[in-house]
Write a protein that binds this ligand. Structure first.
Ligand code: SF4
Ligand code: SF4
Ligand code: FES
Length: 319
């Protein structure tokens, strides 16, 4: 399949922390900051999704603007003067990190600990009585786990499941104010929902609130170790669409599957077969006694057809 080329975009120049930067028209301030080598924290931003402006951890100061601007969504304009490390911007990021880390468990959010240290954030200053979203993880199927004690309500999963990619609309926001949470319809188990187990929500979740069951089990057993994992991108062999799979392998076993976000056709999205159908590679059914407790596939999957989901209501789309 050929990918249509876009017409060339003219370059515009803005100033980032005193230095001129040229970026294609239509770029965001975050694009310009990245081009200038600035490391801006992001959480709700997704490179395959429309910016949601939910977390505000990426704010920068724009000369002449009354309020701080979210770098991930604000379009760069010719002549714009941006400060990424002003006292006001850094203070705002610090408060955002304190609020998020005091309410949600950020232990599996990549770089969260580094940012908390860098900005001098003190989530503990709200005291032990601070409201949290702590709750037990929802483990209601063999493929992926929802641990909403780690959820920062960034809405990326809702957008990926809804009209931006999957169009399944299996999950949405329920409740109001501090009680707002991501939920299936009527808080039903995933197996009774409209979920087709594409895992495209897992792909975009920035905190690990959504994770492969294999990763969840290995973390619980203390055997999850990304420093010992390799990533190999290959082609899904289940059908002729040819989606790219990135296999995450630890101790010679596939422990999860992601997909390259820069693929111009799939943009990181997969179906249930490519995302979760890796068990057959490891020949689980014939090696039951070889499955370690900390292994990537729960024993309840043994004997299942690859990609089958006990109780799943909706057949996966082909491809
Ligand atoms: S796995 Fe797919 S269908 Fe199910 S909730 Fe996630 S995005 Fe929606
Ligand atoms: S589950 Fe993950 S992707 Fe969904 S809102 Fe929570 S943090 Fe964001
Ligand atoms: S990353 Fe920009 S508002 Fe969340």
């Amino acid at each position: 399949m050929s990918v249509p080329l876009q017409p060339p975009r003219r370059l515009i120049e803005i100033t980032v922390d005193g230095d001129p930067v040229r970026v294609p028209e239509g770029s965001t301030v975050l694009d310009a900051c990245s081009a200038a080598g600035k490391d801006i924290p992001t959480l709700c931003y997704g490179d395959t999704l429309t910016p949601k402006n939910a977390c505000r951890v990426c704010v920068v100061e724009v000369e002449g603007a009354r309020t701080l601007a979210p770098a991930c969504s604000r379009r760069a304009e010719p002549g714009m003067v941006v400060g990424t490390a002003t006292e006001r911007a850094r203070h705002s990021r610090k408060i955002v990190l304190e609020l998020l880390a005091s309410t949600a468990d950020l232990s599996t959010t990549p770089r969260a600990a580094e940012w908390i240290e860098e900005y001098g954030a003190r989530p503990d200053r709200f005291g032990e009585e601070a409201a949290t979203v702590a709750q037990p993880a929802k483990v209601d199927n063999d493929l992926y786990v929802r641990d909403y004690s780690k959820c920062i309500l960034c809405y990326k999963c809702v957008d990926a499941c809804g009209d931006q990619w999957q169009n399944s609309f299996a999950i949405s926001v329920a409740g109001r104010g501090f009680d707002a949470m991501i939920s299936t319809e009527h808080d039903a188990p995933l197996t009774d929902s409209a979920c087709v187990y594409c895992g495209n929500c897992v792909e975009v979740c920035p905190t690990g609130a959504l994770s492969f069951k294999s990763e969840f089990d290995m973390r619980a057993a203390g055997s999850w170790d990304e420093s010992r994992q390799t990533e190999t991108t290959t082609i899904c062999s289940y059908c002729g669409v040819g989606c790219n799979l990135t296999l995450h392998v630890q101790d010679n076993r596939i422990v999860k599957v992601s997909s390259p976000h820069d693929n111009p056709v799939t943009h990181g999205n997969l179906c249930i077969k490519g995302r979760f159908g890796f068990q057959h590679v490891q020949n689980v059914a014939s090696q039951e006694d070889a499955i370690p407790v900390s292994g990537p596939v729960s024993s309840s999957v043994s004997g299942s057809a690859p990609g089958s989901v006990p109780g799943a209501r909706t057949a996966p789309a082909d491809g």
